[in-house]
Design a protein around this ligand. Sequence first.
Ligand code: FEO
Length: 165
Amino acid sequence: MIDTAIEKALNEQIEMEARSSHFYLAMASWAENRGLSGTAAFLFRHSDEERLHMLKLVRFVNERGGKAIIPPLASPTTDFSDLQSIFSTLLEHETNVTASINEVVDLCLKRKDYTTHNFMQWYVAEQIEEEALARNILDKLALIGSDKGGLYLFDRDLEQLQTEA
Ligand code: FEO
């Protein structure tokens, strides 16, 4: 049976992954409405993957004899000025997700729950990839600046860019 403190932490992580999915869905819709179809495709994929991150946690909590809580979600902001603001918000959000995952891992060690600790290692590795990807995209945007041709190529490249390794 899963420790109640671990169950609570995992349920909070479920909510965080669900919010990530919702958040990136709003970003994808913003991009689609501005004709940035490659960026929209990338963000729609990213949103789907966050849902899978949530689902993986839901299944794990239930398998371990806990009760996964499916959270209500507030409408995410769509108040973005440009692509720079989208991806810096995304990076900031992912940094918070990493901190939250690290707290779960820390709690697992304190409670000697090595099964959940092992399960969480997938999320630890995933966060390294996601933060690196967001930084890489922001570097590209900084290089492009206000060059419209560069922006066109950026959007086209994002269509193919994988959100997961
Ligand atoms: Fe599942 Fe991007 O954190």
